[in-house]
Each structure stands twice: as structure tokens, then as C-alpha cells.
Design a protein around this ligand. Sequence first.
Ligand SMILES: NC(=O)c1ccc[n+]([C@@H]2O[C@H](COP(=O)([O-])OP(=O)(O)OC[C@H]3O[C@@H](n4cnc5c(N)ncnc54)[C@H](OP(=O)(O)O)[C@@H]3O)[C@@H](O)[C@H]2O)c1
Length: 288
Amino acid sequence: MSFLITGGASQVGSVIAQLLKDAHQDVIIGSRSGRVPEGFQSTKLDWLDASTFQNPFKLPGVEIKSVYLLLPYGYVDPSENIKQFIDIAVRNGVKRFVLLSGSGHEKDADFGISKVWRYLDERKLDYIALRPTWFIDNFLEFHGKDIREHDEFKSVMPNAKIPLISVADIGQVALNVFLNDKNERTDQRIIGPELVTYDQVADILTEILGRRITHKVVTPEELSDHYSSSLGWPLQYAQFVVQAEQYVNAGSEERWWGNPENINGQETVREWVERNKSNFAPGSKAGN
Ligand SMILES: NC(=O)c1ccc[n+]([C@@H]2O[C@H](COP(=O)([O-])OP(=O)(O)OC[C@H]3O[C@@H](n4cnc5c(N)ncnc54)[C@H](OP(=O)(O)O)[C@@H]3O)[C@@H](O)[C@H]2O)c1
């Protein structure tokens, strides 16, 4: 019996794949581009190309019992295609789905992730929507290049206190829900072990990297333009992310703090920076 991880070498999917492998489980990676974590069997799977949806189920000797569903960032909504994929997966014996959502996404919203979530629910499948808060790992994915090249990172969040979660901790929760005999819940919010501001993260980076790292607060327009030009995101998508940051600044993530229904990750920002320190060295190639 195998686990299918969709989304190729995504941040969270790569961690889940490795944890499953470490737990002696068979893992197949579904990948659009062929960029997959090293050492894993993979198959072509592109949410925008329905002709690839049978591929994981045609692999000789492979019987997939559980699937991790990743909807990539972006402005194309692949949810109708993913519903088709879910039907195919169920017909081929898949018993459980783990969907990556977000702390602020609701099941009844008009986003692609919510549409897939509702579909899993309406079909009464065995599924869980993981709802992590803002990732600590954004400091590499979104801000790594700025920190390496300019010793600064930009945001529109002067006030936000965020229970930042590490991707490693999200992966651990996903591993458990995959391996449990039965999950009691169909959605699970996941937050980090502490509330931190971006100024505090700048101080932690400064101390651990041994050079002054500055958190620069800019206007929403400036940040959208910056994300778009520096990360290559479509402007509309960059604006969407910046709008999400504005919600975070207004307290959208702080409000989850102390809710007894959360799972709290363990890794602090300090521990995460220590673990990823080499990726912030000027000239290093990791992350963005
Ligand atoms: N960052 C945060 O703070 C945060 C917080 C809460 C929730 N989230 C959610 O987390 C998700 C992102 O997770 P992540 O960071 O682990 O992902 P990620 O590292 O951004 O990876 C996205 C993956 O999507 C794949 N992909 C792109 N287009 C595809 C397509 N048409 N078909 C199949 N795969 C495709 C890419 O594969 P290729 O390399 O093959 O192109 C890439 O590996 C988003 O849904 C976001 O809403 C993020």
C-alpha cells in the first residue's frame, strides 16, 4: 500500500514524503514538472492536464491507499479538475485524503481549496483538511533572497503577532493523520508554539546570522510590486498575498492563539533559524 504526495517537491509535501519513508511506508510523488525530492519514485501529475490523472494508478505493483492533496498558489483554480481526480482515486481504491488548507480558509468559501474541501465532505470520504497558520518557512521562500542579498525583508505587518508554524511541524501532523486508524476530526488548525512579530524575527535572525537583518515596513503597492518582480509571481497573485498579510496585521492569525482545539507545533523561530542558518548566507542558493 502506497501514499501519493501530490504537488511534486513542495515544501510541506517533501517533508511528509520523507517522514512517511522514515516510517517505512511506500511513497509515490505526483509531479507536474519532474522536480521531485531525491530518492522517491514519481509519476507525472498535473492538475491542469486531466490526461495525467490515471498515471499514479497505472504504476505496476503500486496500490495507493491515501493521497495528500496540494493546491498550488496562483490564480488558476484547479478545483474542478481535482474533483475529477478524487473520483478516479476513489474508483482505484484510495481510502483517505489529506488536504492542505490554511488557518483562515473556511469550508464554505469561494476558493479552490474550499471547493475541494466541500467535495470531500459531500462525498462523505475519509479526509482531513489541515489548517496551518503562516509558515516560518516563508522567511526562506518569500524573503530568503532579500535577506541574503540585502540583509532585510519587507512586509506590511508592523503590528502582527503571529503563531508562526514550521513546515516540519505541519508534516508531523500530516504523518499522524495518515497513519492513524481513524481521525476524529475532518479539519485541524495547526499553529506554532509562540506569538512573534516580524521585528522579533528580525532580531532573532540578526543574533543567529551574526549580521544586522532589518524588517522594513512598506506600502501594499510596494510589496506587491516587489513580490512580483523579485519572486516572479503574477501581480494579481502578489496582491492577493499582500492582502492576506494585511489581514494578518489586523490580527487574523493572533486570534487562534490559546484555542484548545489547535494542534501546537514545537519548533520555535529561533530553532528554525538555527536549523536553516546556512540557507541565509550570502551566495547560498536555497529557497527564493
Ligand atoms: N505559506 C504560508 O504561510 C501558508 C499558510 C497556510 C497555508 N498555505 C498553503 O500552502 C500551500 C502551499 O504549500 P507549499 O508551500 O508546501 O507548496 P510550494 O512549496 O509552494 O509548492 C507548490 C507546488 O505546486 C506544484 N504545482 C504547481 N502547479 C501545479 C499543477 N498545475 N499541477 C500539479 N502541481 C503543481 C509545484 O510543482 P512543480 O515544481 O512541478 O511546478 C510546486 O512544487 C498553498 O495552498 C497555501 O494556501 C500556505
